[in-house]
Design a binder for this molecule. Structure first.
Ligand SMILES: CCCCCCCCCCCCC/C=C/C(=O)SCCNC(=O)CCNC(=O)[C@H](O)C(C)(C)COP(=O)(O)OP(=O)(O)OC[C@H]1O[C@@H](n2cnc3c(N)ncnc32)[C@H](O)[C@@H]1OP(=O)(O)O
Ligand code: FAD
Length: 621
């Protein structure tokens, strides 16, 4: 119950739906079958929402976790981007017009921003929306090959609406990127409307159940009322007005999804992979530890614990950080709604940084879980390949991770520059205003405070050095842009150090808040392990300025190893505590009942290659 709280009733309801738990095995389907099967589940999900009166977004999420295990459905872009953008960027009238239809799934939408030629560089997008005061329409056009919209989820076959990001032109003047609500397909025939060329972009690394698509506009007219007008308006006569608000408000949908991805994608993905690998390691027996004794569970090998327990600690850390990220998003977004925009830059920085840091760590961790399962980990029956290909997409979508770290670094450089000029930082960066201690106080007790302080020191030092290096590059004659580029590796590392510190701090605060002493002790061990592994893996960062000495590093190593043995008796319980149902794991290796071998054998017998098939038979005869 540490994790799920009030969500369980909805999850149990979803588990009662036969269509979700049973049905054909995903691994034996072709891409088209996977897509069709997902659509069937989407329709059933929509019926369930009506039947069980599921309106609240969080309630639906619990349901979705069972209906679409380890995959994104076309509902992802619809409920994660289309509806939030309508709500955040639409005027009251526009919200009244479209949101109820979208929430009842009478229209299905997606978020259409990326183009063939540009994804990262939003200011480089080329699709135009030219206002014609005579017809009171915006004419959408794709002027070049590279301006064809490319990637939006659900665009290929499913969605009949989309929010298109396009450059607004009035009277020959470019007003920059704006969001437009565009009907794409007939509500009767589902055919693309005239003036639109669209389809699916083809098979991908993962995301098989989503029809990521392309869209080319050929002078396609939409009513003036379809520009989302909360922050900017175009009047009938073509007059452009805007509130004196931050132009980056039109990037709001991206901040929202980045904030959610930390928990929904990185936290969940890694926790599932750890559940599979640790449960399996308790079932699998191999080799000899002692002569003439039964083969041990592979989880008893110290090297196996060394592979998996730091990932377990990381899974807990990312999970808690994801929950905190969501809370911060909703808090700051409320402030923004009330006109207080002061914390928007920090929200942008921390959501960009954590999205990048946690999805990269989770992808790496899921792959290590697979390796830790040996041969059976390589089989699709482990469930790990599906978890990996979907989670690793999070390193790219919603802002490629390096680019996101650089956005975070940009904020850190601004703040550090301000501190040098006497400003006091606050929130997640308040430590940049503190004096950095030059020696580490770490002792063999390894209190969580002393560990967090070590990460604070590392982040503060790396940010300071990145800033000083940037200044030196400029002072030696490089222009600001070249200096930035020549310093960008250092900048990304500083941003990672900041995010790492943030994650350790969140974990520490969760441990401190737990009242049950037994749970607290176990979580403390995990938090210590997370921090100690972070120190060891990045030891250069901690010894470079003499902060940590060799004796302390030796203590770190010793404590890390002793924690492995301390965590071992609770390891399976710690993954059970995530409370993933077998349906959500989709893994034979990670089954709750541990009945791995019998089910692997049954599963292999069902594989389509074992069915009589004429051509294969003739070729082999
Ligand atoms: C419902 C639950 C949700 C479920 C979640 C689960 C997810 C599962 C579903 C997943 C489905 C996948 C869906 C995927 C969708 C997509 O991928 S949509 C497309 C996303 N595209 C991107 O993310 C593009 C990335 N690029 C950018 O964001 C920007 O172009 C950029 C890199 C940030 C640069 O922008 P630019 O305008 O050039 O800015 P700069 O010149 O660099 O900076 C200017 C200042 O603006 C500040 N800033 C930038 N962005 C923001 C922002 N979003 N908000 C606030 N402020 C911002 C920046 O910090 C600069 O500030 P100063 O330093 O003060 O000048
Ligand atoms: C599964 C999936 C789903 C998606 N869904 C949607 C969707 O629903 N709607 C939508 O509009 N888009 C969607 N996208 C597109 C996605 O948002 C973009 O692919 C993403 O933002 C990355 O942009 P890019 O492809 O232009 O990468 P690129 O920018 O071309 O990245 C390539 C390399 O260039 C580097 N690079 C680029 N710019 C810089 C820089 N300034 N500094 C340093 N390095 C740089 C990157 O770090 C990277 O290593 C989706 C993508 C995927 C994979």
């Amino acid at each position: 119950m540490l994790f799920k709280g009030g969500g369980l009733p909805h999850e149990s309801l979803a588990l009662q739906e036969k269509l979700f738990g049973a049905g054909p095995d995903y691994n034996f389907m072709t891409r088209i079958e996977r897509f069709k099967n997902s659509l069937v589940r989407v329709q059933h999900f929509i019926r369930c929402c009506a039947r069980y009166n599921l309106h609240d977004h969080a309630d639906k999420k619990w349901f979705e976790g069972v209906a679409f295990p380890n995959e994104v459905s076309v509902l992802g872009p619809h409920s994660g981007m289309f509806i939030p953008t309508l709500k955040e960027q639409g005027s009251e009238e526009q919200i009244q017009k479209w949101v109820p239809q979208a929430e009842k799934h009478q229209i299905m939408g997606t978020y259409i921003q990326t183009e063939l030629g540009h994804g990262t560089f939003v200011r480089g997008l080329e699709t135009t929306a030219t206002y014609d005061p005579k017809t009171e329409e915006f004419i959408l056009n794709s002027p070049t090959l590279t301006s064809i919209k490319w990637w939006p989820g659900g665009l290929g076959r499913t969605c009949n609406f989309g929010i298109v990001m396009a450059l607004l032109y009035i009277d020959g003047k470019n007003y920059g990127m704006h969001p437009f609500v565009v009907q794409l397909r007939s509500l009767k025939t589902h055919e693309p409307l005239p003036g639109l060329t669209m389809g699916d972009i083809g098979p991908k690394f993962g995301f098989d159940t989503v029809d990521n698509g392309y869209l080319q506009f050929n002078h396609f007219g939409i009513p003036r009322e379809n520009m989302l007008m909360k922050y900017c308006q175009v009047l009938k006569n073509g007059t452009y007005t805007k509130q004196t608000r931050n132009p980056k408000f039109s990037y709001g949908a991206m901040i929202f999804v980045r904030s959610m991805v930390v928990y929904e994608v990185a936290g969940q993905g890694l926790a599932k992979a750890c559940t599979i690998a640790i449960r399996y390691s308790a079932i699998r027996r191999q080799s000899e530890l002692k002569k003439s004794r039964p083969e041990p569970q592979i989880l008893d090998y110290q090297t196996q614990q060394y592979k998996l327990f730091p990932l377990l600690a990381l899974a807990y850390a990312v999970w808690f950080t994801g929950v905190r990220m969501k809370e911060i998003y909703f808090m700051v977004n409320n402030e923004i709604k009330q006109g207080h925009t002061e914390r928007l830059p920090e929200l942008h920085a921390i959501s960009s940084g954590l999205k990048a840091f946690t999805t990269s760590m989770a992808s790496w961790g899921i792959e290590r879980c697979r390796l830790a399962c040996g041969g059976h980990g390589y089989s699709a029956a482990s469930g790990l390949p599906k978890i990996y290909v979907n989670a690793t997409g999070g390193c790219t979508y919603e802002g490629e991770n390096t680019v996101m770290l650089l956005q975070c670094a940009r904020f850190l450089m601004n703040i550090y520059g301000g501190v040098k000029n006497g400003r006091r930082p606050s929130g997640s960066v308040n430590y940049l205003g503190e004096r950095i201690s030059s020696r580490c106080t770490l002792t063999s007790e390894f209190t969580l405070k002393s560990l967090a302080d070590a990460f604070k020191h590392r982040a503060a030092r790396m940010i300071k050095e990145a800033s000083e290096r940037l200044n030196r590059l400029q002072a030696s004659g490089n222009d600001p842009e070249d200096s930035w580029n020549l310093n960008s590796v250092v900048l990304t590392k500083a941003a990672e150090a900041h995010c790492h510190y943030y994650m350790v701090l969140v974990f520490e605060s969760v441990v401190e808040s737990v009242e049950d002493n037994c749970v607290k002790d176990i979580l403390r061990q995990l938090c210590q392990l997370l921090a100690l592994c972070g120190i060891q893996e990045n030891s250069g960062d901690f010894i470079q300025d003499g902060f940590l000495n060799n004796d302390q590093l030796e203590l770190v190593k010793q404590k890390q190893l002793s924690l492995l043995s301390e965590i071992r008796p609770n390891a399976v319980l710690l993954v059970d505590a995530f409370e993933f149902h077998d349906v959500q794991l989709g893994s034979i290796l990670g089954r709750f009942d541990g009945n791995v071998y019998e089910n692997l054998f049954k599963w292999a017998k069902k594989t389509p290659l074992n069915k009589p098939e004429d051509l294969i038979h003739r070729l082999l005869r």
